[in-house]
Design a protein around this ligand. Structure first.
Ligand SMILES: Cc1ncc(COP(=O)(O)O)c(C=O)c1O
Length: 377
């Protein structure tokens, strides 16, 4: 991590006290005994997985989830000893790495269980796994019939410990509740099948952020929040969300200013033509840093507490913004892409609206070359 004295023209700053605040607010809605499995995949939705994991663990989170074994190894190599659940698919070639780094796989395909069981047979104790049940997402997971087959015929390998049983909700933030209710009914049946076969599964989980807030029935022993920890949500307006604060600010700095005359064009392919003499600021951030090209001639940034519209196409490493109306705009001024400046604010939701996506994508596509700085408050 860069030291705080390094000058960073373009950087993300992550407010760890906002992260702690969001966790505390989210926890207020949990039933007693229900714990948080914090989802920190995709570099903690762009916030930086190692620092985010450490901050959450300091707040009492006992387990974290990522998608890939590589993401899990990054956390282990940073000294994180808490249980790490790998939500994504696991391949035969990865068993050794899984065991070496003590990562807990989610098994979503019954076909891999015999081989995993065989690989784990030489370990001193049964290896913990979570089993995923497909209840309506149409993605990973064992279908009902596969689950019945696995447990009724006692095929579950002895070298494995069934630590968790999970599913994933497809529509917890949708306008209606019926899809989620049907999924929860199917999941309860799956729990019954496993329990009646004599397995006592300590960890049962189904709900993402929206599921946990909107469907108290979906809070089993764990819930898996991601987006709400980072200060955003996608709940319909009729549902009260916890009081959340965006954790991440993305800022850059004016590198150069130029006044272009009426008729002059700005950026590739000349999609912006100045109508009158126009003051253009050049900012060192582009689509390689995660600023979508769909923001070309659309979005704006904050400079001196005012909105400066993006002029022309977003380049790989730069954007140009119109600062004609911003008195005193100067080289070295801060330009906020996501965050607050004065009385103005641009959120990841605003950028998502301008670019036709969701805040998740805006956050997790912030590029790896943008340094992340961490602070409390
Ligand atoms: C399996 C799983 N659980 C939980 C989450 C967290 O979801 P959210 O960020 O909506 O809380 C995700 C995110 O996509 C996921 O894939």
């Amino acid at each position: 991590m860069p030291t705080t004295s390094t000058f960073l023209p373009t950087c993300v700053s992550v407010d760890l006290s906002a992260l702690a605040h969001n966790l505390a607010q989210f926890r207020k809605g949990l039933s007693p005994g229900c714990d948080v499995l914090a989802v920190i995949k995709a570099n903690a939705y762009g916030h930086g997985s190692v620092h985010t994991a450490k901050a959450l663990i300091r707040q009492g989170v006992s387990r974290v989830a990522v998608v890939s074994i590589e993401e899990g190894i990054t956390l282990r190599q940073a000294g994180i000893n808490a249980p790490i659940v790998i939500l994504g698919p696991v391949f035969h070639e990865q068993f050794t790495e899984l065991f070496t780094h003590q990562l807990t796989p989610v098994i979503s395909d019954a076909a891999i269980l015999p081989a995993l069981g065989q690989a784990a047979a030489s370990l001193p104790t049964p290896y913990p796994i979570h089993l995923k049940v497909e209840t309506g997402m149409g993605r990973l997971g064992l279908a009902h019939a596969e689950l019945v087959d696995l447990f009724s015929s006692r095929k579950f390998p002895r070298a494995l410990h069934l630590e968790g049983l999970m599913t994933h909700l497809a529509d917890a933030d949708g306008p209606a509740t019926d899809t989620t209710e049907e999924q929860l009914t199917r999941f309860r049946k799956a729990i019954e099948i496993v329990r009646t076969s004599g397995f006592r599964v300590p960890l049962i989980h189904a709900a993402n952020s929206a599921g946990a807030v909107r469907f108290p029935d979906a809070q089993f022993s764990l819930v898996r929040p991601g987006i709400m920890l980072y200060g955003y949500h996608t709940l319909p307006p009729s549902i009260a969300a916890p009081d959340l604060k965006p954790v991440l600010t993305l800022r850059t700095t004016i590198a150069q200013l130029r006044t272009v005359q009426a008729g002059h064009k700005v950026s590739y392919n000349g999609t912006f033509t100045a109508k009158t003499p126009t003051k253009i600021a050049i900012l060192p951030i582009g689509y390689a840093d995660g600023l979508s090209r769909h923001l070309s001639n659309r979005g704006s940034v904050l400079i001196r507490g005012q909105r400066a519209p993006i002029a022309g196409l977003v380049c790989m490493d730069m954007i140009m913004v119109d600062v004609t109306g911003i008195a005193g705009a100067a080289v070295g001024d801060e330009a906020v892409i996501i965050g607050r400046q004065g009385d103005e604010q641009i959120t990841a939701d605003d950028i998502a609206r301008w670019t036709g996506t969701i805040a998740y994508e805006v956050l997790c596509t912030i590029g790896p070359r943008v340094p992340r700085l961490y602070h409390e408050g």
